[in-house]
Design a protein around this ligand. Structure first.
Ligand code: FRU
Length: 497
């Protein structure tokens, strides 16, 4: 489907100026959008791109199709923020208006160099092959800017897929992650697969960021466990570990991974001489329905912050009638490794928007609501002190028709989210479940809700489940329910952004 959309796009009918004029006329009212999850001024959004700190602010670009609520010829939208929560809209940064990207400006990175903001992205083009047939291929391109407007350089593409070994697919060769290493050189890691279906990431290096050479197949999976193409790689060191994040397409459910597109966090080590990453451990980043293609940055105060597309290609929803924006970003998350475990928590800046604290301590039997414990734009922690029951269920965004249920079964230590009655969902699979990794079972959930989403941070961030809901806004109730007895403490805040 993405390929056929691509074929319609491209060429200079798309420019940043045209996009911005269209946005000006068609901008969606803020009151119809999420409060603090970044979305488009109008139209479609997918992956975060160029997440970076520049000019004292966080910048976030994104895959953007302004002209409809479906994926189309890819532009780069652009926003900046002082605190990761409130975002300011900036002009469209890239449009597919050049011969080296006429079929789309796909995902990539931004870094600062000599005071400039430098973007690396995938230019998608159609190439005529020797036998006269046409093929859509991908190369890596560059643009340089000042935090507001960006100019593509004349030497594009800077990395032509031809410099890779022959077995590396040129049709799936995208999403450059670029960084300057301690050795003063630049490295670029790019998503790829081999022509016979092995997902991998390939590494290039450069002294000046304009001239690149192929280094290695940095990591790959020959077991068949981790999908068919690795998209959107990210690589960094944290808490003494070397980490590779990739977004594999088409995995089958296995332990903590779910069917379809996943995000995998590999903890491993690098053979520095040969530039080869070997993983020791693979962890699922999100066990909900909607999280894909994340990027991370290091903040000036030393935090590793990750943001993802809060959607999945497996469950792109039909939208409520008349809705003119599609898809949003996750809440940015701080990452940590503690005892070999990946820990994710919402950026601490979110706490600055908490209001109206309410605390309830109860021994729950049967079904209950608590005065003031309701709403759709909230930050709530539920401490489960004792769960003597078959199941403990919380019903969110509830009215007579709608609800999204989060249910825990202590006997099997399974946590399940069910959005069958959430509202507009095209997906026929509305349940996702995951085993709680912590041997002591579920003891705590932090639930961050915005109008169209529920993000659940389990056991202080050891596991996360992110889920989009297009539930009518007046469904505001939260119901607690069990078939046994649950001792709990609930701490709830409204979020006032
Ligand atoms: C991931 C992805 C990327 C690509 C972009 C296109 O969601 O498929 O690999 O660059 O989306 O919009």
């Amino acid at each position: 489907k993405k390929q056929s959309n691509q074929a319609e796009g491209g060429h200079s009918m798309y420019t940043c100026q045209k996009a911005d004029e269209y946005i000006k006329k068609n901008r969606v009212d803020r009151a119809d959008k999420p409060e603090f999850h970044l979305t488009t001024p109008v139209g479609w959004l997918n992956d975060p791109n160029g997440f970076s700190i520049y000019g004292g602010k966080a910048h976030l670009f994104y895959q953007f199709h302004p002209y409809s609520t479906e994926w189309g010829p890819m532009h780069w939208g652009h926003s900046s923020s002082k605190d990761f929560i409130k975002w300011e809209e900036l002009p469209t940064a890239l449009a597919p208006d050049s011969k080296f990207d006429s079929f789309g400006c796909f995902s990539g990175t931004a870094i600062e160099n000599d005071g400039k903001h430098v973007l690396f992205y995938t230019g998608v083009v159609e190439e005529k092959l020797a036998d006269g047939t046409k093929n859509v291929i991908q190369n890596q391109c560059m643009a340089v800017g000042d935090g507001i407007s960006y100019e593509k350089i004349s030497g594009n593409p800077v990395v032509d897929g031809k410099i890779m070994p022959e077995e590396c697919s040129r049709a799936d060769f995208r999403d450059p992650k670029v960084w300057k290493d301690e050795d003063g050189r630049y490295y670029m890691l790019t998503g790829n697969r081999t022509y016979d279906g092995i997902p991998q990431v390939v590494l290039f290096s450069s002294d000046d960021m304009y001239n690149w050479k192929f280094e290695s197949v940095f990591a790959k999976d020959e077991t068949g466990r981790f999908g068919v193409v690795w998209e959107c790689p990210d690589y960094f060191e944290m808490d003494g570990h070397k980490l590779l994040i990739v977004s594999p397409q088409d995995m089958s459910a296995d332990g903590e991974f779910h069917n379809g597109n996943n995000v995998v966090f590999f903890i491993g080590d690098v053979d520095e001489e040969n530039h080869i990453f070997k993983y020791e451990k693979a962890v699922s980043v999100d066990s909900g329905f909607d999280f894909y293609a994340p990027q991370t940055i290091m903040t000036p105060d030393g935090r590793r912050v990750m943001i993802g597309w809060m959607q999945s290609w497996d469950s792109v929803n039909t939208l409520p009638r008349g809705q003119k924006w599609a898809c949003m970003m996750s809440v940015p998350r701080e990452l940590m490794i503690s005892d070999g475990k990946l820990i994710q928590t919402p950026v601490r800046e979110l706490c600055g928007y908490r209001q109206n604290k309410l605390v309830v301590n109860d021994t729950l039997r049967g079904e209950k609501t608590y005065e003031g414990i309701n709403g759709r734009v909230i930050d709530m922690t539920v401490d489960i002190k004792k769960a003597d029951c078959g199941h403990f269920t919380m019903h969110f965004a509830k009215d007579e028709i709608h609800e999204t249920n989060v249910s825990y079964t202590p006997g099997t230590q399974m946590l399940e989210i069910d959005r069958t009655f959430a509202g507009w969902i095209r997906d026929t699979n509305c349940v996702r479940k995951v085993k709680i990794k912590n041997g002591n079972g579920l003891s705590k959930m932090r639930i961050v809700m915005d109008w169209n989403s529920i993000e659940i941070f389990v056991n202080d961030g050891e596991q996360v489940l992110s889920t989009v809901i297009y539930t009518p806004r007046n469904a505001q109730d939260i119901v607690f329910e069990t078939d046994g007895c649950v001792e709990l403490e609930v701490e709830k805040y409204d979020l006032n952004i």
